[in-house]
Ligand binder design. Structure first.
Ligand code: FES
Length: 258
């Protein structure tokens, strides 16, 4: 495990992206260490005696020149809701960078990124940091309706964006695994990366395994300490029961007991 830091960051931006997702940008006074796509930060939630002290969020963007980290915060409960109410200029305490990231793609890889919900954040960070052009990166993002999708225009130069919605209001109708790229062109990719709801990742993993493709998923198990101490994030794997916070959150699907 690389070095971890516990530090106060100043909130420099808090922008609602739709009714449930916020972009929160935080800034350090110090030079940031390198952070990898798939790694996360554990954010202290203040004024909350009854809620867990910290919440994990995947890193969405890092600007090393400004020393800022951007997080996509989706309101899932009281902890995340209270975080979306932080005001610009106030400070938040974070532990970072935590966990292991995705395997970095090679320059000639053809990769497919598949995300749903807050899984969008680490995948778009991976697209941006992969060093690949949009010719080699396709992204399929799934949601219930168009209102649940966030605006990802900043990423179009790094990837070809595709969408699915369950009601057909944006992109192709259905789940991500029903998208025409996934159904008809899966074998044209050599690496698949997925992050989102469990059911979605399991469906992606099943097809990737059948097609014998390299596939990594970023698990979203419940977490508290983020340090491998509380054991609330255990995942059974072929290497035994592992803490998702320290041995993951990214796993190769061949190591999971799915
Ligand atoms: S979150 Fe505590 S052990 Fe993983």
């Amino acid at each position: 495990m690389g070095k971890k830091f516990v530090e106060n960051f100043q909130v420099v931006q808090n922008t609602p992206l739709n009714s449930t997702n916020f972009l929160i940008k935080i800034q350090s006074e110090k030079k940031l260490p390198e952070m990898l796509p798939g790694q996360f930060v554990n954010v202290e939630v203040k004024n909350s005696s009854e809620i867990f002290l910290r919440r994990p969020f995947s890193i969405f963007e890092v600007d090393y020149s400004e020393n800022t980290i951007s997080l996509l915060v989706k309101i899932l409960g009281r902890g995340s809701k209270s975080l979306t109410e932080v005001e610009v200029g106030t400070s938040v305490n974070i532990v970072y960078p935590l966990g292991k990231g995705f395997t970095k793609p090679e320059i000639d890889d053809k990769i497919l990124l598949i995300g749903g919900g807050s899984g969008v954040a680490p995948l778009l960070f991976l697209a941006k940091e992969s060093g690949l052009t949009a010719d080699n990166v396709d992204v399929i993002l799934g949601a219930k309706t168009s209102n649940d999708h966030i605006n990802v225009n900043n990423y179009v130069s790094f990837a070809n964006m595709h969408f699915t919605t369950e009601d057909g209001s944006l992109g192709e109708k259905g789940f991500v695994t029903q998208h025409s790229l996934f159904k008809n062109k899966l074998k044209s990719y050599n690496k698949i990366y997925a992050c989102g709801p469990d059911g979605m990742m399991k469906a992606v993993a099943k097809e990737a395994k059948a097609a014998k493709l390299f596939c990594e998923v970023s698990l979203e198990n419940l977490m508290a300490c983020g340090f491998g101490v509380c054991l609330c994030c255990i995942e059974p794997t072929s290497k035994g029961n592992l803490c998702v916070c320290t041995e993951g959150p990214v796993f190769n699907i061949n190591d999971l007991k799915w």
